[in-house]
Write a protein that binds this ligand. Structure first.
Ligand code: ZN
Length: 332
């Protein structure tokens, strides 16, 4: 009897130990399944733009005209691109590891991501990420078991992984976006004070979010950034020791603008009733309230060389040569 009781106790103990081990293994597996695998040892990342690189990197169709045929072909060749630089992959892996697990896709539906990044280690697929702004869903295709991860500062897929050729074109695109945003309403300002007048009118914009009290739509820092060509601004900040936060536009709301600078000049001969193809604003060297004709235009802000012009009908063009500059309508 004693022997049999001891054997029973032994069996219970063994079963208990087995149960504890099983729970431990299950917990470990569950935890591991809720994290991305370590991507830092990956040797190759493949990025696939679902709707094409033009749509992904240059979101405003009207601004596509700033690219010539060769540039357009290059952008299209980036619909899928490969990253093999170990430093870039490590940076991406470090950022990807910051994702906060949000659960599985059970019962949820979501539209496909604009970009998918497939990660390989020595030829073996390690992970496939559907990348949204601020969110990643795992899996080559989104299924009920795909994992969702949240990124408070968005996974920096574009800025870190994008091809160098695309980065240069994106700077030009941002310049075109800036100058396009300075288009006047019906009343055109005095050319001697046009920058002051545009800045003041942008200060009057008000908005309210989620029932909060009305507040200014743009801070002075944001308004100041609208007058800058991003390339010229980057070069100037390297010289003038401008703070990195200010350049990145991430400064706090109450920071003041150190100096008001415009990389754009106004054509004083262009009025509200001038033909639509008359030059209204154009790229120049840094100044404020500058106005004049093609003698003020600069090709030096960009690489490859050229500068943006804004026509009276709102069209933005990128001018590459003196011949192109001379062909523009400067007098109505
Ligand atoms: Zn520019």
């Amino acid at each position: 009897m004693r022997k049999s009781a001891a054997a029973s106790i032994g069996r219970v103990v063994w079963l208990l130990l087995l149960g504890i081990c099983l729970i431990f293994v299950l917990l470990w597996t569950w935890r591991a399944r809720n994290r991305l695998p370590d991507l830092s040892e990956c040797t190759r990342l493949e990025a696939h733009c679902r709707y094409g690189a033009m749509h992904y990197f240059f979101t405003i169709k009207e601004l596509e005209s700033i690219f010539d045929a060769n540039e357009t072909a290059y952008i299209r060749s980036c619909d899928t691109w490969v990253v093999e630089d170990p430093n870039v992959i490590k940076t991406f892996a470090q950022q990807a590891s910051q994702g906060v697990y949000e659960g599985r896709m059970w019962g949820r539906s979501v539209s496909p991501a604009p970009i998918k990044i497939v990660c390989y280690r020595a030829g073996t697929r390690v992970a496939s990420l559907q990348v949204y702004d601020g969110k990643v869903i795992t899996g080559s295709k989104i299924t009920w078991s795909s994992m969702t991860l949240r990124y408070p500062d968005r996974l920096a897929d574009r800025s870190i992984l994008e091809p160098a050729g695309i980065q240069r074109l994106r700077l030009r695109w941002w310049c075109a976006f800036s100058i396009g945003g300075l288009h006047f309403d019906d009343s055109y300002p005095d050319p001697n004070h046009w920058c002051d007048a545009v800045a003041e009118s942008l200060r009057q914009y008000r908005m309210s979010r989620g029932g909060e009290p009305m507040r200014r739509t743009y801070t002075d820092l944001q308004i100041a950034a609208m007058f800058r060509c991003p390339v010229a601004r980057r070069l100037a900040s390297a010289d003038a020791n401008e703070s990195r936060e200010e350049v990145a536009g991430s400064a706090t709301r109450d920071q003041t603008v150190r100096s008001w600078v415009s990389d754009y000049a106004m054509n004083p001969d262009c009025g509200p009733n001038s033909p639509g193809d008359t030059v209204l604003l154009f790229e120049t060297r840094a100044g404020w309230n500058q106005h004049g004709g093609p003698e003020l235009f600069t090709f030096d802000n960009h690489d490859p060389k050229g500068g943006c012009v804004l026509l009276n009908d709102g069209t933005v063009k990128f001018i590459r040569t003196k011949e192109e500059l001379a062909q523009l309508r400067w007098k109505p």
